[in-house]
Design a protein around this ligand. Structure first.
Ligand code: FE2
Ligand code: FE2
Length: 220
């Protein structure tokens, strides 16, 4: 992998000034989340910095790169080529910056739609993209606070926001985004809870608890 200074120099030529400022914001936020949630800071830093390296490419170029890199795409992505900046960005990160760490590349690959089975690094980049300091949409402040207080709920809130935005525009929702939201909700439902709401342990499975999602579950 190229040194970070060289990556930045190359990135400056690939994306607009505005996009670079956004990318530096995602990098800073990703490092903060990595520290908070025990993820490799260096990986979070590089993934955050380069996640949008293909974002300013014209749609024709994105479609050409899909062919060049043999990226598998679906109908929805072909109809909405902006979505392709994530998988194309992962391949560009490999060839332009010499990044060969698959964890970093996957975080870039899934940062737009989300996916099932996301790693913590994937989630950090996905959420940092919504809450970096330059984000000023309605509700950004609340989402920024939630990302610190309850990362899992912030993931769901961010995904809900995207889905509702696409619905308002009459657009198509990518199935991976729906699948990602479902998996975030499932993780929330089964995560360990501390609030005991019933003391019957006669079945040996431990007391009933209530998660923040409001569902009953067993302590685990
Ligand atoms: Fe992006
Ligand atoms: Fe971004």
């Amino acid at each position: 992998m190229l040194p970070e200074d060289e990556i930045k120099r190359r990135l400056e030529k690939m994306i607009s000034r505005r996009r670079l400022i956004h990318s530096l914001g995602v990098q800073t936020t990703a490092i903060k989340f990595a520290r908070l949630y025990g993820v490799d800071r260096q990986k979070a830093s590089i993934a955050g910095l380069v996640h949008d390296c293909a974002r300013d490419l014209p749609r024709e170029t994105l479609l050409e790169m899909v062919k060049r890199f043999h990226i598998t795409v679906d109908e929805l992505e072909l109809g909405e080529p902006v979505l392709l900046h994530a998988p194309v960005g992962a391949e560009l990160a490999r060839v332009e910056f010499g990044i060969d760490d698959e964890e970093i590349l996957n975080a870039i690959r899934v940062h737009t739609t989300g996916d099932v089975g996301m790693s913590m690094l994937d989630k950090i980049i996905y959420l940092a993209d919504y809450v970096e300091p330059g984000r000023s949409y309605a509700g950004a402040g609340a989402l920024k606070r939630l990302a610190i207080e309850d990362f899992d709920r912030a993931l769901i809130a961010a995904t809900d926001q995207t889905i509702m935005y696409v619905i308002r525009r009459g657009g198509l929702i990518h199935p991976r985004t729906v699948a990602a939201r479902n998996s975030f909700l499932n993780s929330l439902a089964i995560r360990p809870c501390n609030q005991v709401i019933g003391g019957d342990t006669s079945d040996g499975e431990g007391p009933l608890t209530r998660c923040q999602s409001g569902r009953k579950s067993r302590e685990r």
